[in-house]
Write a protein that binds this ligand. Structure first.
Ligand code: RIB
Ligand code: CA
Length: 311
């Protein structure tokens, strides 16, 4: 039985690898891809999402444009990490497949209303603006979502866009608060775990050794992506954030976490967007998310490499 998912994304090299992993995995049925502004503006994230679908020879996947701005704040982007296009690294052709004319938020709402209850998993890989907008516009969908498996947040690993906050949450903290308080079952892939999934030279070489065009593009995407983070962290490789979400759907046993309370800062200028995980359960705040703290990194890259080789 395939698992139906919607990928909400702001491609982004790591988003692109996550989309390719999903499209390479027969366990998953990608009902649609909804683009959101984040790493780069919406006009680029929706274009990049279509480019990746065509790279995977999947022009049948409907791609929708969603929110161009966060709910209440000015958009913050990350060209310094992803390059001006958001997909710097490989030289990919512009898309020929059309963008759907439905708004992404309408697609999310209508799909959840039409599909059987608890049959769809939402996979946000960027700021949560589209997801929060759908929940605000149609609150009843909260009871129809099987779960939300998202990349975002940080606790022990602290922030990457500010000392306190991870980028996806920082861009739209009000949206993150709506999602965290929605009552929908949530699995969070924070920097705590994604920083253990580094694109080391050996792992990128394994992509190159596949000797197929899509795998070569994955090597170029991860190779570009790592130059910024290696300089910043002095690590051997960059954290490959977003594919952790898809890998969790395929092999959850690769990941370990705790079901705890997670809340987000939406007012303090100093810690805006910080996700406060009650990891040691020192409060009586209700647990609302499975906060993932570690993974089997070699197992993750074995899975990723084996699947990318299928494209
Ligand atoms: O902080 C990492 C997250 O921000 C990833 O989803 C990356 O693609 C960017 O969106
Ligand atoms: Ca992303």
């Amino acid at each position: 039985m395939t698992q139906k998912i919607i990928i909400d994304t702001d491609p982004g090299q790591d988003d692109a690898v996550a989309i390719l992993l999903a499209l390479a995995s027969p366990e998953l049925e990608v009902l649609g891809i909804t683009a959101v502004a984040g790493n780069v503006p919406l006009a680029l994230t929706e274009r990049n999402a279509r480019m990746i679908c065509e790279l995977a020879k999947r022009p049948d996947i409907p791609v929708f444009a969603g929110c161009a701005e966060p709910l209440k704040r000015k958009l913050v982007t990350a060209e310094n990490v992803h390059g001006k296009s958001g997909l710097d690294g490989p030289d990919l052709p512009l898309p020929t497949m059309p963008l759907q004319d439905h708004h992404a938020v309408d697609f999310i709402i209508e799909t959840l209303r039409q599909e059987p209850v608890n049959s769809v998993i939402l996979c946000p890989l960027g700021p949560l603006t589209n997801i929060a907008s759908a929940l605000m516009r149609a609150p009843e969908i909260a009871g129809r979502i099987q779960q939300i498996v998202l990349m975002g947040g940080a606790y022990f690993e602290v922030g990457n866009i500010t000392p306190a906050a991870e980028f996806n949450i920082y861009v739209d903290p009000e949206a993150a608060e709506i999602v965290l308080k929605s009552g929908v079952p949530i699995v969070m892939m924070p920097l705590d775990v994604t920083h253990q999934a580094l694109t080391t030279r050996r792992r990128i070489d394994a992509f190159c050794a596949i000797g197929r065009p899509v795998a070569d593009v994955v090597a170029e995407l991860t190779g570009f992506f790592e130059r910024h983070d290696m300089q910043k962290y002095g690590s051997e490789g960059a954290p490959l954030h977003d594919p952790c979400v898809i890998a969790f759907l395929l092999q959850p046993e690769l990941f370990q976490g705790r079901h705890v309370n997670v809340e987000v800062e939406t007012t303090s200028a100093l810690t805006l967007g910080m996700t406060v995980a009650d990891w040691w359960r020192v409060t009586d705040r209700k647990a609302n998310a499975t906060f993932i703290g570690s993974l089997d990194a070699d197992g993750f890259y074995r899975l990723l490499t084996e699947r990318i080789a299928r494209l």
